[in-house]
Ligand binder design. Structure first.
Ligand SMILES: [Zn+2]
Length: 77
């Protein structure tokens, strides 16, 4: 650890790598409106957790910290 310089490095290395709120600078989490692919049977879906969520840079995104809204693509460093 190098003290003050650590906070300047994004802790995100996976889904949110390179992502940061353009208003408050939060590294997340962010609420993202996703479209989801699920296996739909006549009696409903088996398990939504098995679905595949899809989102792109145009996905509506809300910062969990300051409630700033924008597109996912606008959230960057
Ligand atoms: Zn924010």
């Amino acid at each position: 650890m190098v003290g003050a310089t650590v906070s300047r490095v994004s802790p995100n290395v996976n889904c949110l790598e390179g992502k940061r709120c353009p208003k408050c600078g939060s590294y997340g989490p962010f609420e993202i409106v996703v479209s989801m692919r699920v296996l739909l049977h006549d009696n409903g879906t088996d398990n939504v957790d098995d679905g595949i969520s899809e989102y792109g840079d145009d996905a509506r995104t809300t910062c969990h910290s300051c409630r700033h809204e924008g597109q996912f693509g606008d959230f960057g460093e």
